[in-house]
Design a protein around this ligand. Structure first.
Ligand SMILES: Cc1cc2nc3c(=O)[nH]c(=O)nc-3n(C[C@H](O)[C@H](O)[C@H](O)COP(=O)(O)OP(=O)(O)OC[C@H]3O[C@@H](n4cnc5c(N)ncnc54)[C@H](O)[C@@H]3O)c2cc1C
Length: 252
């Protein structure tokens, strides 16, 4: 049975080996895979990955964190303890293999019709934005001219959940083309937290207005928790963003 699944999957899937796993907390981890072949994708898209369970492939989509210019495929994933897939993923150790669909898709890619990009993410929803921003950095370093400006508002209940992406995006923001705003929704649990507090919904208008990202010059991208996506869409629509100026990816 497993060999039948494997041979059927050979035309549509390739294999990938887990080379590194970074546990951020009991329920959050970064997974880095070496894929058996070079996959073609656009920064911001998602891959469908699979694990063979009882002879059948079980699959879920995950936004790719890495840039298409990087040799590894990186994901930032939340464990859903009662879920079907993520508890199996959590059993993987370096050297374990998974399936990856060769066809990588997704619409949450950079819209180059404008130069201002307002990116809103809950926890793991930062993944496609990191891919886009790493790609910007790599291409700028190679001398590609870019006049794109980015704001990332990254929400989590506690600052540890920003993982290493917080320091990575803070470092990128020093170059002047990115403003990174991490915000925690349970500041009472972290008396030393000096950054922004509240949910993304609470602060999106403040930063969009302050930084001059409005419906005349910007595209907004919302990714992660479905309620955050619904809330910010309503807020931005009241701020005269049209529906096609708001791109979204809901993680459920
Ligand atoms: C385009 C796309 C990209 C995605 N990218 C990512 C990503 O980069 N990182 C990531 O962690 N997830 C991502 N997801 C979510 C992911 O595909 C799975 O839905 C998630 O990992 C749960 O899988 P599961 O099989 O363990 O749970 P399931 O068995 O599918 O779900 C079990 C129950 O948990 C609920 N549930 C599902 N996800 C969550 C959640 N996050 N929190 C609480 N309850 C949940 C379901 O509604 C269901 O009731 C993405 C989803 C989509 C559609």
């Amino acid at each position: 049975m497993i060999s039948r699944v494997r041979s059927a999957a050979q035309t549509t899937h390739c294999s990938a080996e887990l080379i590194e796993r970074e546990d951020i907390s009991a329920n959050l981890a970064i997974f880095r895979f070496r894929v058996s072949e070079q996959l073609s994708f656009i920064a911001g898209q998602f891959a469908t990955i699979g694990i063979v369970v009882d002879g059948e492939p079980l699959e879920r989509p995950y936004s790719i964190v890495s840039s298409p210019h990087e040799p590894v495929l990186e994901f930032f994933i939340e464990l859903v303890p009662e879920g079907s897939f993520t508890p199996k993923l959590w059993e993987l150790k370096p050297g374990s293999a998974i399936l990856v669909r060769r066809r990588i898709v997704g619409q949450l890619v950079l819209d180059t019709a404008v130069t201002r990009h307002l990116m809103l993410a809950t926890v793991t929803g930062v993944a496609p934005f990191v891919s886009i921003l790493r790609t910007q950095k790599i291409e700028r370093d190679r001398g590609v001219l870019s006049n794109h400006q980015f704001v990332v508002i990254h929400g989590a209940s506690q600052s540890a959940d920003f993982a290493s992406y917080r320091s990575e995006l803070e470092a990128l923001s020093r170059a002047g083309w990115l403003t990174y705003i991490p915000t925690v929704s349970r500041p009472w649990a972290e008396p030393h937290w000096k950054g922004e507090t509240g949910r993304i919904d609470d602060i999106v208008r403040k930063y969009a207005d302050r930084l001059g990202f409005d419906q005349s010059n910007s595209i907004a991208y919302a990714c992660g928790h479905p309620q955050m996506v619904a809330n910010v869409k309503a807020i931005l629509e009241r701020d005269r963003f049209s529906r096609n100026q708001i791109k979204e990816e809901k993680y459920f």
